[in-house]
Design a binder for this molecule. Structure first.
Ligand SMILES: CCC(=O)Oc1c(C)cccc1C(=O)O
Ligand SMILES: [Ca+2]
Ligand SMILES: [Zn+2]
Length: 312
């Protein structure tokens, strides 16, 4: 058929190749998926300008190897991977739970060290080549799409403690999608330096974040420290999943699978727009009680994890 969904491939920014869903029409191939819940999941290029969504990324065959296509290949791979995570792990059909279409745009602006969800779509910069290379690491894609999930559910206000929780939810879901580690954005961050990451949920201070409530930032920078204080709930989530003794408190590991279920249920059933970090403790405890009861190892681990970071 000259118009059909296809399975294609493409070269990744980070080396190697990705298998990606594509669409062909009249011999032109597009980064465009029609095989999942949404009518489309599509990845566009901003051509290093500011207009959105920009233009389609195309190829004359089903193997996207052009250098200019690499960021698009990764963003597209990430978008469908994160879609599948929410559908398969949490039974959620797209960020709104009702199959909303997903658009991503890469090559936004010039040397842009940012990635964001603008309320309608995901947008990715190329980085300046020093602080970042293309910000299309799977962790980052999952972080951005989770901002959309949060926006469609709890709507956590993006400032002060509710904003730190908003950021933490995005980081926590991101490390559950990119399940190999507790680091965030390591492929995109500082291409000239190996072994570092944008943030590390196992050890937030590595990313200049606090890992306990007493050390929280109370200033006005960064919308009241949303990317700073997220280290506190991030550390709590890490302790729930991996366990450990921290600041004199021992937390028994409950594993990643239970931890992601607890946080997803807390986000979608208990968190509201004004939930602060004390409210995050309460919401995750309520979610744990719903899922596993309030007398078991899971509930104790959640209690201890928050206590270890100085909350509750
Ligand atoms: C892990 C992804 C991330 O933090 O993206 C951002 C960057 C790189 C700069 C500013 C804001 C964000 C964000 O999405 O919070
Ligand atoms: Ca990672
Ligand atoms: Zn964010």
């Amino acid at each position: 058929a000259s118009v059909a969904p296809e399975v294609g491939s493409g070269t990744s920014t980070f080396g190697g190749s990705r298998t990606i869903p594509t669409y062909s029409s009249g011999g032109t191939y597009y980064l465009y998926d029609t095989t999942r819940g949404p009518s489309y999941i599509r990845t566009m290029t901003g051509n290093n300008g500011t207009s959105l969504p920009g233009s389609y990324i195309t190829d004359t065959d089903n193997n996207f190897t052009d250098t200019a296509a690499r960021a698009g290949v990764d963003a597209h791979y990430g978008a469908v991977t994160v879609y599948d995570y929410y559908q398969n792990t949490h039974g959620r059909n797209s960020y709104n739970g009702a199959g909303a279409n997903i658009t991503s745009t890469v090559h936004h602006r010039v040397n842009y060290n940012n990635a964001f969800w603008n309320g309608q779509q995901m947008v990715y910069g190329d980085g300046d080549g020093s602080q970042f290379q293309a910000l299309v690491d799977l962790d980052i894609v999952a972080h951005e799409l989770t901002h959309a999930v949060t926006g469609a559910t709890a709507g956590l206000i993006y400032q002060n403690e509710s904003g730190a929780l908003n950021e933490a939810v995005s980081d926590i879901m991101a490390v559950m999608v990119d399940r190999d580690d507790w680091r965030l954005g390591e492929l995109s961050y500082t291409p000239g330096v190996s072994g570092d990451a944008l943030r590390n949920l196992a050890n937030p201070p590595e990313g200049n974040q606090p890992d306990n409530y007493a050390d929280r930032y109370t200033g006005s920078q960064d919308n009241g420290g949303v990317h700073i204080n997220s280290g506190i709930p991030n550390k709590a989530a890490y302790l729930m999943a991996a366990g450990g003794t921290f600041r004199g408190v021992t937390v028994a590991s409950i594993g990643r699978a239970k931890t992601e279920k607890i946080w997803y249920r807390a986000l979608t059933q208990y968190f509201t727009s004004s939930t602060n970090l004390a409210g995050a403790r309460q919401g995750t405890l309520s979610a744990t009680a719903d899922l596993y009861g309030s007398g078991g190892a899971e509930y104790a681990a959640v209690q201890n994890a928050w206590a270890a970071v100085g909350i509750g």
